[in-house]
Design a protein. Structure first.
Length: 153
């Protein structure tokens, strides 16, 4: 592939999201074709996970995109898409707020149940579900990470 044909991960994300919108597809529908979990597929599309060649090919075939998009999806990303300032998008800000308010509680309860260590963000899965409620639908986010104890030496 010539240098002029290469695109950045950000450009690939823009093309994918535009095609997703034009085809009126959901992340669930795309994930079914790719053969992965919808949250993982969304993460890869947003530039935070690496697809293999087969996954990238399935995605670009579904969305009728070109090979440079597939190539960009296979690059190892720079993890962490947010800069260091407080996010201004209301949804992302709420997660920031949750960690600001409940971060020390999460840490204390995890240490109480497991001991001194951390929750992995590498050996990790996340589910996002909708729960019907007559008082307003609920968002259910499940974070599932392996516990990693700190070593003594």
């Amino acid at each position: 592939m010539g240098l002029q044909e290469a695109i950045t991960r950000e450009m690939a994300t823009e093309q994918i999201l535009l095609a997703k919108s034009q085809k009126n597809l959901t992340f669930d529908e795309i994930a079914e074709k790719v053969g992965r979990h919808p949250v993982w597929v969304a993460s890869a599309i947003m530039g935070q996970a690496t697809m293999d060649a087969d996954e990238a090919r399935k995605l670009i075939n579904l969305l009728e995109l070109n090979k440079p998009v597939a190539d960009a999806l296979q690059e190892i990303p720079m993890k962490g898409s947010l800069d260091e300032s407080i996010p201004v998008d209301p949804l992302i800000y709420r997660f920031h707020e949750i960690v600001q308010v409940y971060g020390t509680t999460l840490k204390a309860v995890i240490h109480d149940k497991f001991g001194d260590g951390i929750m992995s963000a590498i050996d990790f899965t996340m589910d996002i579900d909708k729960k019907e409620d007559p008082n307003g639908d609920r968002v259910v986010v499940t974070l599932d990470g392996k516990f990693l104890p700190y070593k003594k030496w």
